[in-house]
Ligand binder design. Structure first.
Ligand SMILES: *[C@@H]1O[C@H](CO)[C@@H](O)[C@H](O)[C@H]1NC(C)=O
Ligand SMILES: *[C@@H]1O[C@H](CO)[C@@H](O)[C@H](O)[C@H]1NC(C)=O
Ligand SMILES: *[C@@H]1O[C@H](CO)[C@@H](O)[C@H](O)[C@H]1NC(C)=O
Ligand SMILES: *[C@@H]1O[C@H](CO)[C@@H](O)[C@H](O)[C@H]1NC(C)=O
Ligand SMILES: *[C@@H]1O[C@H](CO)[C@@H](O)[C@H](O)[C@H]1NC(C)=O
Ligand SMILES: *[C@@H]1O[C@H](CO)[C@@H](O)[C@H](O)[C@H]1NC(C)=O
Ligand SMILES: *[C@@H]1O[C@H](CO)[C@@H](O)[C@H](O)[C@H]1NC(C)=O
Length: 276
């Protein structure tokens, strides 16, 4: 009797969901995604500014938010929305279906929360904000990331962390002018990143030599110019003679030494800037 009653309730819910699906194109959003989106709205300051219409209880109806057919939030695209003083909440990582997070060119601050467990995240576009800190384990387990843009962020000094190895699906890693220090780690070769096309690390505080693993990397666009550290990037650039995927190579304003290697094997190279 009780069982039957429960069963019919579930049926009714299912029917309502189906109805909603046919009318609105998606089921009512996943309830935990909806509560995290409310927290995100508060944290970004979108409850007050209202530059975007983020109203109502169903985030799938909010402007610049995309959902899958089953009501999971898969896209948040709020670049250039003049969001000042807000931050990313630690509950963000529970949006486990999210594929694209684009908050670039706002004035968000505070530390980046751990995004551990976001097992669908492909595009992480945070450039041009005032975030203060990126944890060293930030990339641990981020095995679906493809495009990571962290340009022009006033992080406190950070080395490229070992945890980045986890993101073996990376295609683009760009962190121009974001206070990176230390050496370029020796893992940007094809073994770790078989699909990497773009590595932009210009205007940072890097030092030391080019890593040997560049030799078999699939990088097409490599920008390492204008390091601001005292010693800058230095040593020989001979490893580039093996980087046959390169189309663009910008190394200027560093302290490299030694002869220019034979680059006749770099048949796709269109732009090479190497002067001091
Ligand atoms: C994420 O979800 C888990 C399980 O539902 C919950 O225990 C945890 O508190 C949530 N984390 C945050 C930061 O909201
Ligand atoms: C960076 O963000 C600021 C707003 O915080 C904006 O005015 C500026 O145009 C952005 N720069 C770029 C290159 O997008
Ligand atoms: C970089 O960020 C600073 C402060 O957030 C901003 O004033 C500046 O315009 C940005 N630079 C570019 C090239 O976007
Ligand atoms: C690299 O790209 C190929 C072709 O798109 C894909 O099949 C493969 O899974 C990718 N490998 C990684 C580690 O992302
Ligand atoms: C990289 O950062 C420098 C210094 O802020 C800036 O002048 C330059 O425009 C940036 N490059 C790109 C491609 O954003
Ligand atoms: C490169 O710079 C480092 C300091 O970062 C220094 O210890 C090393 O001797 C330099 N190597 C060369 C070949 O100049
Ligand atoms: C270039 O690749 C060859 C073959 O893999 C390797 O033996 C050689 O050491 C590499 N040269 C440089 C400078 O990395």
């Amino acid at each position: 009797m009780v069982k039957h009653h429960l069963g019919s309730k579930i049926c009714t819910l299912f029917f309502l969901c189906l109805l909603h699906f046919f009318v609105f194109g998606h089921c009512q959003s996943h309830s935990s995604d909806a509560s995290i989106m409310q927290a995100l709205k508060l944290s970004l300051g979108l409850d007050q500014l209202g530059s975007l219409a983020w109203t109502g209880s169903d985030p799938c109806n909010w402007q610049n938010v995309g959902c899958s057919n089953d009501g999971r939030v898969i896209e948040i695209k709020v670049r250039y929305q003049n969001l000042q003083g807000g931050s990313l909440p630690s509950s963000l990582a529970n949006l486990t279906a999210l594929q694209t997070l684009d908050v670039a060119s706002n004035d968000l601050s505070g530390p980046l929360p751990s995004l551990h467990g976001m097992n669908s995240l492909q595009n992480l576009l945070l450039s041009n904000n005032s975030f203060s800190f990126i944890p060293s384990n930030f990339f641990l387990g981020m095995t679906t990331l493809e495009n990571v843009c962290l340009d022009n962020i006033s992080f406190s000094d950070w080395p490229i962390p070992d945890s980045l190895r986890s993101a073996s699906t990376l295609k683009v890693f760009s962190a121009n002018n974001s206070n990176i220090n230390g050496k370029i780690p020796d893992f940007f070769g094809a073994n770790t990143f078989p699909n990497l096309t773009t590595l932009h690390l210009e205007f940072n505080n890097l030092e030391g030599g080019l890593p040997a693993s560049f030799s078999d990397s699939t990088i097409q666009s490599l920008r390492l110019h204008n390091q601001r550290s005292i010693y800058q990037l230095n040593g020989s650039i001979v490893v580039i003679q093996n980087m046959t995927h390169l189309t663009e190579l910008w190394l200027h304003d560093n302290s490299f030494s030694g002869p220019l290697p034979d680059i006749s094997g770099l048949t796709r190279l269109q732009s090479f800037i190497h002067y001091k």
